[in-house]
Structures are given as structure tokens and as C-alpha cells.
Design a protein around this ligand. Structure first.
Ligand code: FE2
Length: 256
């Protein structure tokens, strides 16, 4: 089956671009299941019920998140109630939401797991230990997909090799910059360090460049307004064999 994963969707401009491009692209590529990272989909950062629903209504089947997931309180109830939106599994026990979820497609089951990195990120439990605890609980799912929301490329690649042969795909999010290392690892796991973002092209991770520059130069507090103009939609298509759960192909996506 063909699984499309999309990098962090940034604000309303990214949401609108996704809605414009996604339906036709899914048809063109015969996409069976689409995941997007939605932790920046709300205007002013975070995710709200409105921005999450906007992504679902645009053709996204499942939403993963990351370090900004709890920024907007109004989404907490949705995180608790719905199974198609998750937050990193290695956040504190008892926090709103769940860290993984299983989607029953009828002909197969897909498990999606969300993890957060430890390096240059906020405090969280060790993602390597946490995933070891989760995998036995989803052993009946052939297809297992891991969104590793992390900053450091080395931590992400280490996770890829750690899970090689144990899950179908490991993809990174959070940096908003697409990497050129999509590959199938030696034991059959599809891997890409970062699948990039869906949002304004001429920006610093979605933010107006002049604001980022000023903040870096002066260290003064800044309001990180989203840039406008031309958009990009980044991600990756993983073709997974439903019988074995192994990756057949990986194809990075970069639509302008
Ligand atoms: Fe993030």
C-alpha cells in the first residue's frame, strides 16, 4: 500500500496549500493512507480542533504532533477522545492524548507511533526505551509507522537503524527542512531524516525571515509571524508490502 506522510503543516497558509494540492496528488499517486504532522497547523502555533479538522477535511487520515502539541488547551479534549490524532509517546504519563494508535483498514492494520527526540528538545522520556515498550503491544499490526519529531539528525538516524526490520517506516519531522536521504535500510525499514514542511517557501521554518534575523541578532522577544507568498508541500511516499510490513520503495515529495 502507498502511504503519504507530510511534514509539519504551518499555519493557515500551509493548511490552505495542502487543501489545494492534496486531493489530486493522492489520486495521482494512488495513496491509501495519508499522515500529516499538525503541531504547527493553528494560526499562532500549536494545533486546535479547528486546524485539525481542516486537515482531516482536506484528505489527511491521521495527524501526528510534537513539542508544540500542548500549546493550545482547546485541543486537549480532542487528543483524549480521538484515535486519529496522537502526541509523542515519550511525554509524561497522564498527559492528554495517546502516543500511538492502530487504524483498522479492513484488509490490514496500521499502527502509527509518535516519538519526540531528546537532543536539543524539551525534557521527555527516552524514546528508544519507550518504543521498546510499545512494539510488543502492536505485534498484530503488520504496518508500523514512526514519526520521530526531533532536532538532531544523528538521533534520528540512530532511531532509524535501531528500528530497522522492526517497523515499516521511520520518518523525521520538526526541522521543517527536507533531507535528501530517503532510503530503505538493510532490514527493510523505509527511512527519511526529515520530511520537511508544508508552508511558505521563503521563510525560516515558516516564519518571516526578517523576524528570525532580528531575533537572532538582538535576542529580543519577537512575535514569530508566519511568512506569506509561494508555498511548498514536502513529504514522502512509502510503498509498504501489507503482507510482510517491509518497505518496497520510498519517494520524497516536494511540490511547489
Ligand atoms: Fe516541532
Amino acid at each position: 500500500m502507498n502511504i503519504l506522510v507530510l511534514g509539519d503543516v504551518v499555519s493557515d497558509i500551509g493548511c490552505r496549500f495542502l487543501r489545494k494540492k492534496l486531493p489530486a496528488f493522492k489520486k495521482l499517486k494512488n495513496i491509501d493512507f495519508c499522515i500529516a504532522n499538525g503541531e504547527n497547523s493553528a494560526v499562532g502555533n500549536g494545533i486546535t480542533p479547528f486546524s485539525a479538522q481542516y486537515l482531516f477535511d482536506s484528505g489527511v487520515d491521521f495527524i501526528t504532533t510534537g513539542n508544540h502539541v500542548y500549546r493550545r488547551r482547546e485541543v486537549y479534549e480532542m487528543l483524549d477522545e480521538r484515535d486519529d490524532i496522537i502526541r509523542p509517546a515519550n511525554f509524561s504519563k497522564g498527559n492528554p492524548g495517546k502516543g500511538y494508535s492502530v487504524v483498522d483498514m479492513g484488509f490490514t492494520k496500521i499502527a502509527v507511533i509518535n516519538l519526540a527526540g531528546m537532543v536539543y528538545m524539551d525534557r521527555c522520556d527516552n524514546p528508544f526505551a519507550v518504543i521498546d515498550g510499545i512494539l510488543p503491544e502492536i505485534s498484530d499490526c503488520k504496518i508500523k509507522l514512526v514519526d520521530f519529531h526531533a532536532e538532531a539528525t544523528a538521533e534520528k538516524r540512530a532511531m532509524g537503524f535501531y528500528l530497522d526490520g522492526r517497523v515499516s517506516a521511520v520518518f523525521g519531522t520538526h526541522t521543517h527542512v527536507i533531507t535528501e536521504d530517503a532510503q530503505i535500510l538493510p532490514n527493510g525499514t523505509a527511512y527519511m531524516t526529515d520530511i520537511g514542511m508544508t508552508g511558505p517557501k521563503n521563510s525560516v521554518l515558516g516564519v518571516k525571515p526578517e523576524i528570525s534575523i532580528d531575533w537572532l541578532k538582538t535576542g529580543m522577544p519577537a512575535r514569530f509571524d508566519t511568512a506569506d507568498g509561494e508555498c511548498i508541500l514536502n513529504g514522502c511516499i512509502f510503498e509498504i508490502d501489507n503482507k510482510t510490513g517491509k518497505a518496497v520503495s520510498v519517494e520524497p515529495v516536494n511540490i511547489e
